[in-house]
Write a protein that binds this ligand. Structure first.
Ligand SMILES: C[S@@+](CC[C@H](N)C(=O)[O-])C[C@H]1O[C@@H](n2cnc3c(N)ncnc32)[C@H](O)[C@@H]1O
Length: 307
């Protein structure tokens, strides 16, 4: 299918772009010749969007995934993400634990009953994987009315359960169950993607057990550890105002936004930027340095006292 990566160049500002414009750097030959190309425009795909999943999904796919690419949407459900993309734009493989789509599109290949942690695709066979698992904890509460999604994610619960709807004791719980699925699905996406391939991840942060859990950051750091480069981040803000039925005291800001994260597998041996992970080591180094310099400091202060 010859799917090549779409490259955008910041051609309107070849000399001056500090690299923050959001477009890729110009290639060396262009820089050497100081070729000025392109047009001034504000018609750009931006990182924050107010509206629906399908609108933003179509934009980010258009930006990052070239037409004709082989795409596996591994949590396809009803395929709502694809509503604004013309059928046939991609070679789409749609799978889910339970496909809930009513009609079957002839240009899509469907695989029902497939766990995104164990895909039926060969190693390196996909250009893109799309992942949108349930992103709220609370799938294992006893009462359906108290379960995340009011119990609508029964397939997810079953996949993690003993068969009775109870969670298997060896499985992570609550929010950790959510991140565990993202991580395992990420490992499987890594296997089926070709080098240079992308994984598009939908997620939302959540307050779980009264603790703020920044799911998108947890996913970014975990996927970086798997060897993915976090190439883009999109924030989706919902149009309608969220409400709660019984508010006693508000503790955290009510979330009205979610994320699309775009990761890429590096092609060659290029060094990928990764998030800073040095704070603990740095704090320990500083503490050690302070410890070794402390006696000197106390000697000085007693000297000052005596004087
Ligand atoms: C938020 S919905 C996805 C919605 C979908 N993106 C759409 O546009 O319609 C989450 C889906 O993940 C599926 N799911 C949950 N756990 C899964 C797993 N381990 N493997 C595959 N699909 C899973 C659920 O069955 C559910 O359909």
């Amino acid at each position: 299918m010859g799917a090549r990566l779409a490259e955008n160049h910041c051609e309107s500002a070849i000399r001056d772009c500090p690299g923050t414009c959001g477009t890729d750097a110009p290639v060396a030959t262009e820089r050497a010749n100081r070729t000025q190309r392109g047009v001034a425009t504000s018609d750009l795909i931006v990182s924050a969007h107010v509206g629906e999943n399908a609108e933003l999904f179509a934009q980010l796919m258009g930006l990052h995934i070239p037409a004709g690419a082989r795409v596996a949407d591994v949590t396809f459900a009803a395929g709502k993400f694809w509503k604004s993309i013309a059928p046939g734009t991609y070679e789409l493989h749609a799978s889910d634990l339970v496909l809930s789509t009513k009609s079957r599109e002839p240009l899509v290949e469907y695989h029902d009953g497939v766990d995104c942690r164990e895909l039926p695709y060969a190693d390196g066979s996909m250009d893109c994987v799309v992942l949108d698992p349930p992103y709220m904890e609370g799938f294992f509460r006893r009462l359906t009315s108290q379960q995340a999604g009011s119990g609508t994610y029964s397939a997810f619960r079953r996949a993690y359960s003993t068969g009775t709807g109870e969670q298997r004791p060896d499985q992570p719980k609550w929010h950790d169950a959510v991140t565990d699925l993202y991580l395992r699905a990420g490992i499987e996406a890594h296997r089926v993607l070709r080098r240079g391939g992308h994984v598009v991840v939908k997620c939302q942060d959540e307050v779980s057990a009264n603790k703020q859990r920044l799911t998108h950051i947890e996913i970014v750091t975990a996927y970086e550890d798997l060897g993915f480069y976090c190439k883009d981040v999109f924030v989706l803000v919902r149009r309608n105002k969220p409400g709660v039925s019984r508010l006693v005291k508000q503790v955290h800001a009510r979330k009205n936004h979610s994320y699309f994260l775009v990761f890429q597998l590096p092609v060659g041996k290029a060094k990928m930027p990764v998030s800073v992970r040095e704070a603990k080591t740095l704090a320990e180094t500083i503490a050690r340095e302070r410890k070794t310099t402390k006696p000197v400091a106390s000697k000085d202060s007693s000297a000052v006292k005596e004087a």
